[in-house]
Design a protein around this ligand. Sequence first.
Ligand code: SF4
Ligand code: SF4
Length: 525
Amino acid sequence: IDYLQENNLYDKVEVAGICCTALETTRYSDRAKIVGPLSRQLFFIRSGIADVIMTDEQCIRTDMPIEAGKVDSRVIACLDKAMYGLEDATEWDTEETVKQMVEDKKHFAILDPKKAAEVAAKVAMEIAPQRRKEWITEEEATELAKKCTQCDMCERVCPNLLGLGKAMKDISEGNLDEPQKLFNKCIGCGKCDQECPQHIPILRVMQVVASKETWKIRAGRGPIMDTEIRNVGAPITLGTIPGVIAFVGCSNYPDIEDVADMVDEFARRKYIVVLTGCAAMVAGMKKDKDGKTVYEKYPPDFDAGGVVNVGSCVSNAHITGAAIKIANIFAALPLRANYEVMADYVLNRVGAVGVAWGAMSQKAASIGTGCNRLGIPVILGPHSAKYRRLYLSRKEEDDWRVMDARKREIVDTGEPSPEHLAYVCETKEKAMVMIPKLCIRKNDTPQGRAIKLNHYISLYKKYMGGGLPEDLHLFVRRDADIPLVYKKEARVYLKEIGWQPKEPVGLPTFIGTYSTKVPLDAVIH
Ligand code: SF4
Ligand code: SF4
């Protein structure tokens, strides 16, 4: 971007990005564009729209030069961590590198960003006029789809079990509505293309059903400010802001609209919603009946009902940073060498939940573990079950004792809050019931608990088909915790099962319940 601006070339070369790079470039320049999330990477590369592809180190396909070569694009690897075995042209004469990329269609590693930018811009301007960059026509797609023998090999390998044979039949007959819906569920793995015995380029055929619509996303904004934390610290820890929900990570899930639907539900309910990475992008890829995305419907504030795009996946640290700031600014806990107390505070008092709905790699799943370390429970999407690392409780059997730091005595609360630290949900509906439950903390005031239970019960009724959650009694400490609107129904249920009231814990902490060098006084503020 700097190179194009300094050389007055910005109206000749368009800069677009996929995944986190797109979020970073759009923070820097209002003319940069977002192509889409990680799940659109292969689709976009195979479309051949990019003249030059510049890669960084993460969330990039390992076969990038091969795929780019097939559509006549050129690749520049910009970091030594992922060079694809390409020749290092960092010290070469720029014109020689450009010549070889243009004439010999070579790809190179160029580790000097300024030189890489110059080469990329020059190569793009030279080869763009010679390249065919049109999308497949409907006639071409129809002809390709007609080759389908309905063998179903593609469906068997598709991680989302998409009905591709039927989609090919529809496309061959000119019916594009159903294939369009199917494409929204495609995570762009390319396995179907690989398996097809008829060699139908399925992802390329999908170009005819890919939406040409454009969407709006709020630019990534970076850290949550101290002033914002001062405003919301008290309502979050008392529970009157029912929770902070962070949607993070990649787009490996059953439907690209899942995240937008969840963001809308919780922003409307006055949770604080923060997003990063591909989750931030896909949240903007759905419009309501008035044509608005969640970024246009809700304010950008770190406050009740706000929808905040924090930035790329690297900005996940700003989300955990916000939890740390609550403990530091609001509760005056010291920052240095105090992780144990911080995590204890967050786990017992800050109603925050992470949702890593579509981790595409161990790296993305491990972001969730990073949140767990700080006491933030994380819900993972259905594909994340394969990472095989969950932190689950058996709510009726496990030990839910905490120290009441004010009374200096251990109390058996019997309350599974939060019930799990890492949990997989199969559907967005199940996630939307689990999210409010995992926002419940032992520190909630009666008013805060009633607000949280109100959302838990109403979402349970909305998505699980009526009735009351069967574990409701575990979260009701006293009658005042029951939300007003469900008082009558809940009282009947609690009486039925023999529920007994219990005292809320004044200052809940795990310090003092296990062997640690941290004194109990460290958590009292
Ligand atoms: S590219 Fe899409 S349709 Fe093909 S197998 Fe992968 S998810 Fe399924
Ligand atoms: S693998 Fe190819 S031929 Fe077989 S159903 Fe899929 S698209 Fe058709």
